[in-house]
Ligand binder design. Structure first.
Ligand code: C2O
Ligand code: CU
Length: 445
């Protein structure tokens, strides 16, 4: 008998980037050609248990190079998926094996990180759920991957203006169709008094979602994967910027036959249905009261914030403000020259990745970065590889996050412990902004 090596090799689960056709628009409109993981929009929900190892072989069946970033995972640098920084992009027809440990439980996501502006807009993203070894006491655990798509209603095609200066220099690409889990009419039937864990993920290129619950009472239990010390009752509009996640535990209070749901604020400020929750049957005779906090993740403390060095990283550029000048590809350029190169934004005077990082840190150091938004647009700033806390002026600290929304004229200071060695991006998650200047990096040695 001949034993081949293949018989010994443990098969690595596959994740295939490929073209597909999906009905995103309502019936009667044409289907949309998309770029997908495994043929669906969004890609498959990947679930794994905290403390385990995740393995996926990305096979690239697209005609363009690609890579996968595992957003929010405190991952080893070589697996971070940033084409051009932590790996070479995977050419068409080839594959790349991702394998990494999962230190934290929580709601994360994965998406393309090569020409992300276009690749994510065309569909290359999916949810990544890391389960607590002992999950909280809920009846169901549901992922709501929220997205918007800019479609030509005649053809069903994505409007191909991914590089349009108008989009990139303003607020970014906003779709004309909003949906959840690939459906504009997403429905999540539930029972009265049922307790659900809702994992909200904003996968949109640029849209900031204002969300509220109807017929449900809820608590925020985690942000960007990381559990809150105590669940916070949802009383107000929830704001979910691009790439952010909110974990809610909700109880369905609407009666049988009624409709509950998650609503979003449309551009005209009216509230529209994002996910409809028709109520049929009852899960019990009473509601359960406030939930327990989720179990903590490891390494949630950041020591020495008050004595940490502070670096300024002003957010600069964009329509209406522009830039006096900034460095791009090793040269100092004025606004006119930058615009000619399709660049509109800068972080601390640097457009895109420079040869040297914004900051070099030794492992174990704590750093504060003060981001003053000098533009007239909001920006969702994301740090790879490590979570941070927002430090208010009076020294109080916000929850651990990996993406923070910085509004115009706002000054947001983040503090993080550089405990993960490697080269890490710090960029705006409005993907058109990231593609036209708002991307920098730090190095932890
Ligand atoms: Cu979710 Cu660098 O990105
Ligand atoms: Cu931005």
């Amino acid at each position: 008998m001949k034993i081949t090596r293949r018989a010994y090799a443990r098969e690595m689960p596959l994740l295939t980037a490929k073209a597909a056709k999906v009905q995103l628009a309502p019936e009667g409109y044409p289907a949309t050609p998309v770029w997908s993981y495994d043929g669906t929009i969004p890609g498959p929900v990947i679930r794994a248990v905290q403390g385990s190892r995740l393995e996926r072989r990305l096979t690239n069946m697209l005609e363009v190079p690609t890579s996968i970033h595992w957003h929010g995972i405190r991952i080893e640098n070589a697996m971070d998926g940033v084409a051009g920084l932590t790996q070479a992009a995977v050419p068409s027809g080839e594959s790349f094996d991702y394998a990494f440990d999962l230190p934290d439980a929580g709601t994360y996501w994965y998406h393309a990180h090569k020409n992300s502006m276009e690749q994510v807009a065309r569909g290359l993203s999916g949810a990544l759920i890391i389960e607590e070894p002992t999950p909280p006491d809920v009846d169901r655990d549901e992922v709501l991957m929220i997205d918007d798509w800019l479609l030509d209603p005649e053809t069903g095609l994505f409007v191909d203006d991914f590089a349009a200066p108008m989009t990139r220099s303003h607020g970014g690409q906003i779709g004309n169709l909003v949906g959840v889990n690939g459906r504009y009419d997403y429905r999540l039937p539930a029972r009265q008094n049922e307790r659900l864990r809702l994992r909200l993920i904003n996968a949109a290129n640029a849209r900031i979602f204002g969300l509220k619950l109807e017929g449900m009472t809820g608590w925020t239990v985690a942000l960007d994967g990381m559990p809150l010390g105590a669940p916070e009752p949802v009383t107000d509009t929830l704001v979910l910027a691009p790439a952010q996640r909110i974990d809610l535990i909700v109880d369905v209070t609407a009666e049988e036959g009624e409709t509950a749901g998650v609503l979003f604020a449309a551009a005209d400020e009216s509230w529209r249905l994002l996910a409809e929750v028709p109520v049929t049957g009852r899960a019990g005779s009473t509601l359960r009261g406030a939930p327990e906090p989720l179990p903590r993740n490891p390494r949630m403390e950041i020591a020495g914030i008050e004595v940490a060095p502070v670096l300024d990283m002003p957010l600069q550029g964009g329509a209406m403000r522009g830039l006096d000048g900034a460095r791009f590809n090793g040269q100092q350029l004025d606004w006119q020259e930058l615009v000619q190169q399709g660049q509109f934004w800068a972080l601390a005077g640097q457009v895109g990745l420079g040869d040297t990082p914004f900051a070099t840190l030794s492992r174990g150091e704590t750093l504060r970065i003060r981001m003053k938004n000098e533009t007239i647009f909001p920006h969702a700033m994301h740090l790879h590889g490590m979570h941070f806390r927002v430090r208010k002026e009076d020294g109080t600290l916000g929850p651990l996050r990996d993406t923070v929304l910085v509004m115009p004229n706002e000054v947001t200071e983040i503090a993080f412990l550089a405990d993960n060695p490697g080269k890490w991006l710090l960029h705006c998650h409005m993907l058109g902004h990231a593609a036209s200047g708002m991307t920098n990096w730090i190095e932890v040695s």
